[in-house]
Each structure stands twice: as C-alpha cells, then as structure tokens.
Design a protein around this ligand. Structure first.
Ligand SMILES: Cc1cc2nc3c(=O)[nH]c(=O)nc-3n(C[C@H](O)[C@H](O)[C@H](O)COP(=O)(O)OP(=O)(O)OC[C@H]3O[C@@H](n4cnc5c(N)ncnc54)[C@H](O)[C@@H]3O)c2cc1C
Length: 461
C-alpha cells in the first residue's frame, strides 16, 4: 500500500529547514517522498508531514530543533522493518545516508544510524569477527539494538544491546550527545531496550566477538513429519546447552523466488539451529532432531559467521503483512500439541509462518551494566506472520490473536520491544516491567521537554 500522498508538493513551512540541511527534504507529492516514507511492511500506511533524508548528524540536530520550534512530532526510519504507527503529521528522519561503518580488528565496530547488519557482516568477515545480529541481516543496527536485539545466538551471547559501548544520540532538546555508561548513565540505560523513546541514535559503537565459523542452518521437514518434529523439538529444547540456540518455524511458503521448490506451496517445519563450538559437538546435540525422520532439506553445517542470515532465511523484500507475538514461560509437549491443533497441518491456518524461539541461557542473565531490556526470564517467544492483500489482513490478525489465546496456559505475560511494533503503544508498554516503564516515561521529561518523540513505539506521556 502506498503512503497517503497529499498532492501539495513544497510548502513554506519546511523552507527554513530545507535551506539549512545538507541532506534532502521531501514533502508529500514530491518525488522521493513515497520511496522514503514507505515501510518494509507495505500494509502500514504512513503519512509524515515531510521526510528528511539526513546526510549528517548535524542534519538530525537541525531537524529536531526545527520540529521543536514548529510543534511537530519527530519519528525515525532506517529500513522500515519495524515502523509502529502511521507517523501522521510527523517530521520523519530517514537515516539511510548515515552509512559509515568502521570495523576494528581489535574487536569493535562503529556504525552510522542507517547501517544494516548486512554491511557489518561483510565488513567483519575478513577479521573473523561477529556482531550479534538478528535473524534478518537487512534490519539496521540502531533500530535492532535499541530494541534489545535478540538473535539466532541469543542463548550463547545474550542480547546485542548488552554489547554496546557508546551511542551518539540527538535528544529532544536538540543536543547531540555522546552516551556511555559514564557520560550519560540514564540515557545509556534507556537506549539499550527503550527504542526511540529517548532520542535519535546517529551512531552505535559495540563489541564484536572472535567467531569466524558457526555450526548452523536449518532442517526442513515435510507435512507428514511436522507434528513429530514439533513434539520432538519441545522435548529437545530443555536438554540443550547455552552454546546452542534454536527456533522452530511452521511454514506455508508460497512459490516465489528464493523459496526452494521442495518447500513451495507446502506445509513444512524448519528447525533452525546455531551451535558455537566444535562442529562435531554441534552435530551430536542436533542428532535427536535429525532422528525425527528424513528431512526435505538438511542445511545444517559449518559455515562462515557472515552467512548467519541463512539460518532463518527471512524474506528480504517488502510485503504487506500482519504480525503477532507473545512470550511463553514454557513450551512443553502439551503446549506443542495445543499449537499444532491451532495452526498445524490440516487446520487451514492462514499464517505464513508461526515461529517459536527458545530463549534462556545467556539471555536470561542480567548484564553488568543494567539496561531497559526486560523479560529476560521468558523461556520462549511465539511470533507469527501473515502475508496477504491488506483487506485480508484483519482476519489473519484475528486468527493470530486466537492462536495466542489458545496458548494462554503457557503465557509468560509480556512482550519484547522488537517484536511488538504492531501492538503500538499498548504493545510497547507490555514490553517493560512497571518500574522500567515508569522510568522510560519519566526520562523524556528531561531529555525531550516538548515530547517530540511521542509517536510510534514510545510510552504514552
Ligand atoms: C523479518 C524480520 C526479522 C526480524 N528479526 C529480529 C530478530 O531476530 N531479533 C530482534 O530483536 N528483532 C528482529 N526483528 C525486529 C527488528 O529488529 C525491529 O523491527 C527493528 O526496530 C528494525 O529496525 P530498523 O531500523 O531496521 O527498522 P525501522 O522500521 O526503520 O525502525 C523501527 C524502529 O526502530 C527504532 N529506530 C530505528 N532507527 C533508530 C535510530 N537511529 N534511533 C533511535 N531509534 C531508531 C525506532 O523506534 C523505529 O520506529 C525482525 C524484524 C523483521 C521484519
């Protein structure tokens, strides 16, 4: 769905900003506006008053000050993978031109706000280093990390936000601040898990891990083995060491470029797996899942870390989608059976994908320097995606809500910020304990006195 373009073109309101920035400013109706204001989820309609394609951090400062002077809310977009609301009337700051990426052989990286994990993976490869990216390397480091960042090695190394050394961030008072645990402890706490509620990150500096190779990939099972694989997976997860991270996806992939023929148009299950350590040990831990039956595809092997995106093989192209998620305290065989009855083969489930990620391990440990990321004690995350023409999406969302409700016995009772964009303000509130939510709500009174960052995934003020 296209952004709701207003046929106005340039207006006098934005002239002052247009004259001062190094980047480009687009208003509805101007060429460039549609491309920049279109999120990855094509079902989310956006209608910002203008989009600034910032060329420098100073542009972000200028834009925030301009917005404050003109009473406009401010929003930020890098790749559009997690846009949370329609951004109505906002000044949207697009960060894709803040694309500097420095990787040090000494084990750290510094990335501009528009840099995606794909770029970091490529830059790290020659040094045998790894950044803690998510399942889809196409998301931005800043957006992912500010929401905690829980990826395919989360049980081994915890959340990406725990590896951050420093942020550069423009706060709502129009100041560009260097934020570390020492210089700005409150912001350093809140920017690791609090999303864009406290400011616009212009750069992120974070630790890398020496990790050239992982034993990783996915086993794909056909419809006849989906139930057995799901039940076996629920039995297998509690036996795994923290060196192993896994998720299970029930999938109904359409025939489309990138989908192997053997999976296309069929109900399949994928067991995703990353083991950090000796590949032979990785294979031994995986053996119970290989024993479920002959997989359609066995793509688990030793691979360069830079290929970690293959573990989930998330779609890269923009799609009209509806997502739902919840956290689970357990995924016992009874829970697995209930899930199969709700969305397994033969249920006519309209979901493209239903995914259960195992958490625990390092993810359940609090970091040395406290952060706003909550609910580290959840044992599993349940996440679903439906893809269809926008008029069909509400029915699919209703079905997902029914699936989540059917899993009520095992609910952990909360969400994670990176998986609750579609839940809006309520979903975001659910991502925090009352104490953390109260602090995240209180801090902007100091850093964002005009409540510029009041749209999208931020606490209601
Ligand atoms: C296919 C897919 C797979 C995913 N896999 C994972 C996963 O494995 N683990 C995980 O944790 N998450 C995952 N996510 C969620 C993803 O990390 C979030 O949606 C994230 O916010 C995307 O950031 P972005 O900047 O690329 O997207 P955008 O839509 O551009 O931004 C989304 C939000 O991120 C924040 N943000 C972005 N840039 C900045 C900035 N410069 N300063 C401050 N805030 C900013 C804002 O709140 C913004 O609204 C996945 C999402 C998708 C669509």
């Amino acid at each position: 769905m296209e952004p709701r373009e207003k046929p106005s073109g340039r207006t006098a309101t934005f002239d002052a900003l247009r004259r001062t920035v190094d980047g480009a400013l687009f208003e509805p109706g101007e060429p460039g506006y549609g491309e920049l204001a279109t999120p990855w989820n094509l079902a989310v309609q956006t209608s910002p008053a203008a989009v600034l394609e910032a060329a420098t951090p100073a542009d972000v400062v200028r834009a925030v000050r301009f917005a404050a002077a003109n009473g406009l809310p401010v929003a930020v977009q890098a790749t559009g993978h997690g846009i949370a609301s329609d951004l109505d009337g906002a000044l949207l700051i697009h960060t894709r031109r803040l694309d500097g990426c420095t990787v040090s052989a000494e084990g750290w990286a510094r990335t501009g706000a528009g840099v995606t994990w794909k770029t970091v993976l490529a830059a790290c490869a020659e040094h045998g280093l790894a950044g803690l990216c998510g399942s889809a390397p196409g998301v931005s480091v800043a957006g992912y990390t500010s929401g905690g960042g829980i990826g395919p090695m989360a049980r081994t190394f915890g959340a990406a936000s725990d590896r951050v050394r420093a942020f550069d961030v423009v706060t709502g008072d129009g100041r560009l601040r260097q934020v570390t645990a020492e210089t700005e402890p409150d912001l350093f706490w809140g920017l690791r898990g609090g999303k864009s509620s406290l400011g616009i990150i212009t750069a992120t500096e974070f630790d890398l891990l020496p990790l050239p190779v992982i034993y990783a990939g996915a086993l794909f099972f056909g419809a006849e083995s989906v139930a057995a694989a799901t039940l076996a997976w629920s039995d297998w997860c509690p036996t795994l060491p923290p060196g192993a991270t896994t998720s299970l996806a029930l999938m109904q992939l359409p025939p489309m470029p990138g989908v192997p023929e053997v999976l296309a148009g069929k109900f399949t299950a994928a067991v995703r797996y990353v083991y950090v350590g000796n590949p032979d040990d990785g294979a031994r831990w995986l053996a119970p899942m290989r024993a479920v039956g002959a997989p359609l595809i066995d793509a688990v092997r030793a691979m360069p870390y830079s290929m970690i995106g293959l573990v989930h093989s998330d779609p890269e192209d923009a799609l009209p989608a509806t997502e739902a998620s919840c956290l689970l305290a357990d995924f016992s065989p009874a829970a697995a059976q209930t899930l199969l009855e709700a969305v397994g083969p033969g249920t006519n489930s309209p979901q493209l994908l239903v995914e259960i990620r195992q958490f625990g391990g390092a993810l359940s440990e609090e970091p040395q320097i406290a952060s706003a990321l909550c609910h580290r004690g959840a044992a599993f995350g349940l996440y679903s995606v439906g893809v269809a023409a926008p008029p069909e999406l509400p029915a699919i969302a209703g079905h997902a809500a029914g699936m989540n409700a059917s899993m009520g016995r095992w609910h952990f009772g909360a969400s994670l910020p990176n998986f609750s964009a579609s839940g809006g303000t309520a979903g975001f509130a659910d991502s925090y304990t009352p104490e953390v939510f109260e602090r995240l709500t209180r801090l902007p009174r100091h850093y964002d006195p005009d409540a510029l960052f009041r749209l999208g995934q931020v606490p209601a003020r």
